[in-house]
Design a protein around this ligand. Sequence first.
Ligand code: GAR
Length: 201
Amino acid sequence: MKNIAVFCSGKGTNLQAIIRAVKKGKLNVNLALVISDNKEAYALKRAKKAKIKNIFVDPKQFPLKADFEAKIIEYLEQEKIDLIVLAGFMRILSRDFVTRFKNRIINIHPALLPSFKGAHGIKDAFDYGVKVTGVTVHFVDELMDHGPIILQEALRVREDETLESLEARIHKIEHKLYPEAIRLFCEGKLKIEARKVKIIA
Ligand code: GAR
């Protein structure tokens, strides 16, 4: 069984969806570790409640990003982590970190990449007036919101859509898509060829 670490900075609803998928037997992984760069992240409480090892790594204690990441790597190695799942982790990982875990870090983004990268994907797409938006799960490379795409799902923006309704609809898709992407990875069903990810049946 693969050992998974989930990195979160905030609410952790995606973490919760992953925990739920494991509990329901839909996802056969060992949720070994939750790491947060934010002491107040509700995700840490969710991990604690689910009895998952959870650690706050304080970026303020490590003025150098390399030292901050070295601390995280210590925990990842202790738990023999196979896959790092970024779930609302609002920090860019260094090139060295990404290289070290090449093709073993995935991220979820609440828009159809390569559109609306960054920290406010849902609002940016809504304010732009798009008629279609969605969710992307992708491998992480050294550029932000850029690596090979694993899964995407689109939704049509309704005429009476509000930012709140759109957020709710996007999150619902995320909570289905992320466990599915993790399952595909863990079952060895993803084959990366340059920018393209083939899903092996
Ligand atoms: C999610 O919507 C995720 O797509 C987004 O942060 C949210 C975290 O929510 N990530 C990004 O915007 C990354 N660029 P959660 O803490 O409730 O899972």
